[in-house]
Design a protein around this ligand. Sequence first.
Ligand code: GLN
Length: 471
Amino acid sequence: MFTIDELQAKLAGGATAVSLAEESLAKIESTKNLNAYISVLNERALQKAAESDKRRAEGKTLGALDGIPVAVKDNMCIEGTRTTAASKILENFVAPYTATAIEKLEAAGAIIVGKTNMDEFAMGSSNETSYFGKVVNPLDESRVPGGSSGGSAVAVASGTVACALGSDTGGSIRQPAACTGVVGLKPTYGRVSRYGLLAYASSLDQIGPFGSTVKDTATLLGAICGIDPHDNTTSTRPTEDFTAKLDAGVKGKVIGVPKEYFGEGLDAECKAAIEGMLKKLEAEGATLKEISLPHISYAVSSYYIIATAEASSNLSRYDGVRYGYRSKEARKLFDLYAKSRSEGFGKEVQRRILLGSYVLSAGFYDAYYVQAQKVRRLITDDFNKAFESCDVIASPTMPGLPLKCGMNESDPMAVYLSDIYTVSLNLSGLPGVSVPCGMAGGLPVGLQWIGKPFQEADLLSVAAATEKLAK
Ligand code: GLN
């Protein structure tokens, strides 16, 4: 792995952006076995890199990201390039416009080298549901890299790029970050525009950064956030320098430790790694305070009702008529819908559409969907209350080591349950960052820091302190 600063030092020492892009593309080629990328944008990347070199030669360099290779998850559109969401239904879909987050990255001079592999339509925690095959965890090939942004996490962990973008609906940035030993941040809902992100569950989806360090994650966030007229859910808050407080330390900070998060269900070795880190932070001057999130045990069930309900609506646009895969077998209109969708969507996506249609159907709507929305409110209230007495909340990212390959097929329920620590942040819109804090079973353990809305700078300063102590 390497950092943006290291690449910037190379550029300052005379290397060209074209040479950095070439190195990145060569590394993507030599790590093909990991299956982290769906599309590699060779020509486009080299052309953008040449433009960056021209800027540098003219003394018009744009900032820290100018000339830096970056990978993006393949559910974000780039005009004129294939965007698949790892689904057969969009196998040959070429995007007619560019996602705002990517537009902003490119406006900052970043070079997009490729579109990364993911769970189909971002549905999953294991990266095994991609139509293009699973992503391999470079740290242990018998285990998954986490999902659904596993390709982006592996792209960083395997040294093809310094940083990458993913999307997080219920943990899809934080979980693969934890499974591969990198840093992954889900910003506050509304911090980053979702325009050009293929929707999974719109009230939960958020784009966010991966990096090998907290600093790189902060740099990337600074480049992509901000108001967007194309996405009415974006906040009017001005962009910040999220790297500003990274050296602030934790002295005087009150860390909330939810008692519900450190009981049953958490692997003992992971627990020890996290608690060990909390002790170190205490020694640095932070105060640990036990807190309670009384409704948190309902988070996974309400999440899977709300997420699937929204997905069933969002994915109704893939009908075989307007764009995407169309079945050749269909003779009548209904057949065209049914066959295109049955042949185009994978098993997990179909399971979610069925579940979502069911919880929205007349007769079940009140019992499931409305109830889940009420629980969502209670969970948000739990966090609001907890934040009255602490600055930041500590939590595991995952209940244990990365899952063994094949579980999505053999025990999908167990995979859903592994989202226990991450989905509540999406339900309540809060920011969260997973940062490596130690090892268990020879693999990295992720500590998830949960922050107050729009307090990413504070969140990242605690993450930076963790990173320092983990070294
Ligand atoms: N594992 C969760 C799900 O499958 C979260 C996915 C995500 O964040 N995109 O819905």
